[in-house]
Design a protein around this ligand. Structure first.
Ligand code: TZP
Ligand code: MG
Length: 211
């Protein structure tokens, strides 16, 4: 049984989009605006830099009881004592990650469509990231967009908590929640916003209004 988490507004960071403001300042603004969980995502970073970034974010988030999830890297999550890991389909298998992470850490898995869900071993998984909902420029290898109806299709197959991801803004956030997601995950809608705190607050209102 993992520690508690709330998928309502899931911030995923992007190194390019936070470069001007800074990683910690961007995340701080986002959580002030209402982000409920944060994923450190930097696929090109070396392990040492990633551990340092994770430690900096943990120092910010742990006192606020906001979970810090690390994209892909189980070793980085353990080294920085993060709250969990988010795995893609080509990353370490969830059961192997669970064996390394222990029972309490949060384990997320990306699922691109119902077929990918069906082919996944979800026994060790705590939540699913489903998408891309809409085409996105943020992740180059993000697969075909599945729309809100794709979220509904995965929702029908599992009781695991689901967060929709990919091209989500305020209007689409509401649609994704109505389609059956428990929350929305965003990169550019917060990281590239002129005011990340305001952007997070608007997304949070869209999600809560749609419930
Ligand atoms: N996984 C699927 S789509 C995506 C990730 C990490 C990127 C989403 O970025 P944005 O800017 O919210 O479309
Ligand atoms: Mg990955």
């Amino acid at each position: 049984m993992s520690r508690p988490f709330d998928l309502t507004l899931y911030l995923v960071t992007d190194p390019r989009l936070v470069a001007a403001r800074g990683l910690v300042a961007t995340v701080e603004a986002a959580v002030k605006g209402g982000a409920t969980i944060v994923q450190l995502r930097d696929p090109d970073a070396h392990g040492r830099a990633l551990v340092e970034q994770a430690r900096a974010l943990k120092a910010l988030l742990a006192p606020l009881a906001i979970p810090l999830i690390i994209n892909d890297r189980v070793d980085v999550a353990v080294a920085a004592d993060a709250d969990g890991v988010h795995l893609g389909q080509d990353d370490m298998a969830p059961a192997d990650a669970r064996a390394l992470l222990g029972p309490e850490r949060i384990l997320g898995l990306s699922v691109g469509n119902p077929a990918e869900f069906a082919a996944s071993d979800i026994g060790a998984v705590d939540y699913l990231g489903v998408g891309p909902v809409k085409a996105t420029g943020t992740k180059k290898d993000a697969g075909a967009a599945i729309g809100a109806s794709g979220v509904t299709a995965v929702r029908a197959l599992t009781r695991l908590p689901i967060v929709g991801i990919g091209g989500i803004d305020g209007a689409l956030a509401a649609e994704v929640i109505r389609a059956g997601a428990d929350g929305v995950a965003v990169v550019s809608a917060i990281c590239a916003a002129p005011d990340p705190e305001l952007a997070a607050r608007a997304l949070l209102s869209a999600v809560t209004a749609a419930r």
